[in-house]
Write a protein that binds this ligand. Sequence first.
Ligand code: CS2
Length: 488
Amino acid sequence: MNSLSLKSLNKLAQAEQSVPNYRMGDKQPKIGIVHIGPGAFFRGHQAWYTHQAMKLAGGNWGISCVSMRSAGVAEALNPQNGLFTLAVLDAEPSYEVVGSIQEVIVATQQYQRVMDRLSHEDTQFVTMTITEKGYCLDSEGLLAREHVDIQQDLTTQANAISAVGLLSQALMLRFDKGLAPLTILSCDNLTDNGKKLRQAIISFSTIKYPQMVQWLSTQLICPCSMVDSITPATDDSLKSQVKQALNVTDNWPIKREAFIQWVIEDCLPSKRPAWELAGATFTKDVRGFEHAKLRLLNCPHSTLAYLGVLLDVETVFDGMQIPKVVELLENLVKEEVIPSFTAPAEMDVVAYKNDIFDRFRNPAIRHLVAQIAWDGSQKLPMRILPIIEKNIVENRSIKNLTMAVVAWFMFVRKRYQQQVELVDPLADKLLTVASQCNNQAQHDITLLMTISEVFSAELSQQPVFIKNLQNNYQQLLPLLTGDKTAWA
Ligand code: CS2
């Protein structure tokens, strides 16, 4: 059987599979985009948008991917000339070979190549999916200067290990060469992602590269964007499914749902990929979309994930089969989330939420709750705590939102009890707190509030917040000993 590569494209095209027309024969677009963090989400989302844009309108928008540390994606995709299969899992699955990626570079192994790409005149855009923790921000959303990675990048001349350090260095090279800066698009689930990224780069550069700060302040464009498509991790069954459907072996295919959305702040330079032809929306106001998505999708998603782990369910689909869980999510959204923000004028919020819950019920998507549960300390401050803060000020209920916070805490305690790895940059601190719990709500919630990286001083002293957390704690305690009767 053939392996997926440029050589196998003709055969696939003859078999009427969907292949990248812009890479057939000796056609190879130049690289115009560098992407940092080539995980599954990027490959199912932005790589696909750029692929569609080049299919429909051409352009030199080949993507060079940079992996900050791990070599897995490079090892899988470089032998395939960057090609990979995207399986869209709907009622009927469909398959498409995506060709926008041309190479994957690992920063820890080929740092100079990364710098060459980023400072090349053909490179116009950087997109990034480095997850919340990759930005090294503090609880105010500003660059955490004391973060170990940032400290190292600020104080040594060694190769940068943080994305902000790496980008700042690359911008400095462009400044020296007399090139325009890059347009840098954050594609992570952070509120005001572009603004925060821009601020972080400028604040880093103020210390390390002060000579270019004026230039950055006037010319650096970091649009805000909202990204959406449920993309579970690849498993072995996907590889065999793709092998059967396409008759080629693909080292690392990607699967996602059919729904996909990308809303980008309308401030991009005119020379850019025709992402709008692939369905991306350009708007002056991303905020409403971003709030709607973080609050109506990611907030219930995390709530479901933590409750799901406590209830021993495997996937989001499984969790959506438990009536009590669905009832909680419905109340959460209706009473506490929808009244908390202003949606874009054109959005029917209830229909939007119903569609999201239907997406959670897609039986073709096996999205593991354990995967969504990762990095809770980074996700809660983006998708749950701001709603609680707003509701407290506006005197609305928070009891379902605090249930989500307590479910996270119980999840941490369960990981500790079962000695299962806790995937979270704050794991050590969280597990230490878990080790000191004694099942007394007051005592344990007081301990939880010492996690100042997650709970601001102001929030952790709000009596109504503490009271709700304590009540929810009593309610969820039985789950820690495996007693699920209240949820049956
Ligand atoms: C999920 C998201 O893992 C998670 O935290 O909530 O990855 C979610 O699937 C995407 O944001 C959907 O666009």
